[in-house]
Ligand binder design. Structure first.
Ligand SMILES: C[S@@+](CC[C@H](N)C(=O)[O-])C[C@H]1O[C@@H](n2cnc3c(N)ncnc32)[C@H](O)[C@@H]1O
Length: 306
């Protein structure tokens, strides 16, 4: 989609100016790897809500003006707030180095280095928190769902690096894994990792792609799978406006099981007094879905059967 060719209200904006705006937004390190299509879409929504900003970008457009800087600031805040894109650049750098180490070792080794996998998972707070319980989580989960042969991981972050922690019979049994996120850099690293896994075990096939989980129609087009992971995604999907987006994702994704997880601690690290989400219970009842709850120290998993 070219925003320069899109009518916003009655306003057309020069594509070159839009490109410059996107470049300026991406100057912040934590936003550098965010999909450009996605930023364009957010810009489009923002300008439909703020007509003055749209007119300014169409008519006046001065990069040195206070208004331009304010637009950049508001857009960055919006992207950071709703899309959970707090990535420290040093973590991202470290992740690159670690994945390179892992992939370069392929010549001599036929098995994956589990210690290195754990170090990789420790570079991100969600996956770091799961480190003490990943194996148990997958064991308990698959006791409920059966052993999946195909998995979709939506808004995956770096969770797919936990594939080598899956319980037996993996490696050695067929597994197709599709990972989706908005972070282009991490998606590229995951694709490299998947190719490495495939070279070690031909039973494994993985693909990592940039995809906006809010594009429900695109979800409907995905290949049918056994399980979809929707780990710690509901806040970024719902953005404080009810839970219709989460519901649409659960409904649209072509998976027999959808595993929806929630943190049990607040942002400041305090334990929530009522970590269960009643709305998940209501949603499942309304839709006629069965679910089982799995509780771990830092995370609660609703294992939903559609
Ligand atoms: C809190 S993290 C959770 C990561 C992973 N699911 C986990 O629990 O380890 C949220 C992730 O969702 C991604 N994200 C945010 N909005 C998204 C969207 N609309 N579509 C796809 N991914 C999205 C972010 O880039 C980030 O990786």
């Amino acid at each position: 989609m070219l925003i320069g060719n899109v009518l916003i209200g009655n306003t057309m904006i020069d594509e070159e100016n839009v490109l410059q705006l996107l470049k300026d937004i991406k100057k912040k390190k934590e936003l550098q790897n965010l999909s450009e299509d996605f930023i364009r879409e957010q810009l489009s929504q923002f300008l439909q809500q703020d007509r003055k900003a749209a007119t300014f970008l169409a008519d006046t457009y001065s990069r040195r003006s206070v208004r331009y800087k304010s637009i950049i600031k508001q857009l960055r805040a919006r992207l950071r707030k709703w899309y959970g894109l707090y990535r420290r650049s040093e973590d991202s750098q470290r992740l690159h180095e670690l994945v390179e180490m892992l992939v370069e070792r392929k010549g001599g080794r036929k098995v994956i280095d589990q210690a290195l996998i754990r170090t990789i998972l420790a570079t991100n707070s969600s996956t770091r928190e799961r480190l003490p319980c990943y194996e148990e989580l997958y064991e308990q989960l698959f006791k409920i769902t059966g052993r999946p042969r195909s998995i979709i991981d939506l808004g995956c972050g770096i969770n797919p690096f936990s594939i080598p922690l899956l319980p037996a019979p993996w490696p050695g049994q067929k597994l197709t894994y599709q990972a989706f996120d908005l972070n282009e850099d991490e998606i590229a690293l995951l694709q490299e990792f998947f190719e490495h896994l495939h070279s070690l075990d031909r039973n494994f096939k993985g693909s990592a792609k940039v995809l906006d989980a809010l594009h429900f129609a695109a979800l409907l087009d995905l290949k049918k799978v056994d399980i979809c992971f929707l780990f710690k995604m509901t806040d970024v999907l719902d953005r404080g406006k009810g839970h219709t987006a989460t519901e649409a994702v659960i409904h649209s994704v072509p998976a027999r099981w959808v595993v929806v997880s929630f943190p049990t601690k607040t942002m400041s690290g305090k334990r929530m007094t009522a970590p269960k989400r009643n709305w998940m219970d209501w949603l499942c009842r309304r839709r006629g879905y069965q679910y089982t709850l799995l509780e771990f120290k830092n995370e609660l998993f609703y294992v939903v059967k559609k």
